[in-house]
Design a protein around this ligand. Sequence first.
Ligand code: IMP
Ligand code: MG
Length: 187
Amino acid sequence: MKTEVELANRLGQQKFRLLYSDTDIEQRIEILAQEINRDFAKAEPLVIIGVLKQSFIFIADLVRKLKMPIHIAFMGASSYSKTQSTGIVNITQGLASDIAGKDVLLVEDIIDSGTTMKALLKFLADHKPTRLKICSLFVKPSKMKDFATTIDYVGFVLDDVFVVSYGLDYDQKFRELAHVIELLDLD
Ligand code: IMP
Ligand code: MG
């Protein structure tokens, strides 16, 4: 209850619904990390490619639960304006490190239509990693119409809702909140 009151104070007139608390997120990431630790136990190193900007908090929490040596790289991709995907993906930041022959984990915050992920995978395939797996904190399966790729590690499955906080924004707002909320009545 206290959490809802704090959120209501912070969000003012904006209507919202609390979906996952900070504790829910922490517990889920612990399980994801265990799976990744098991699957990549022999990786030396595991190259984590984080997709900016939204996944920055998720990556920071996830990597601190991993047990193998890691290298970290970031890519930038953008396709969204406010709450709608434009359908055109811009790779705003490419890859500075060489991933040829390496074990790679691509870490996203959210997969909506899958358009961004499709573009990232196409880009990364040309860089010839030995193994490439995908981790996303959120997925919206009902929106992933023509995207059939398996997401290896999924945090939470969402309906067709618009979520913010824990790094995710609405028009650059609400990234810093710790509990994941659905924004209601958006235009
Ligand atoms: P896709 O290309 O349609 O899969 O969109 C992926 C990108 O859209 C994500 O990486 C986010 O940047 C953004 N996005 C999709 N759904 C949401 C949401 O519910 N909240 C915040 N950003 C979102
Ligand atoms: Mg993203």
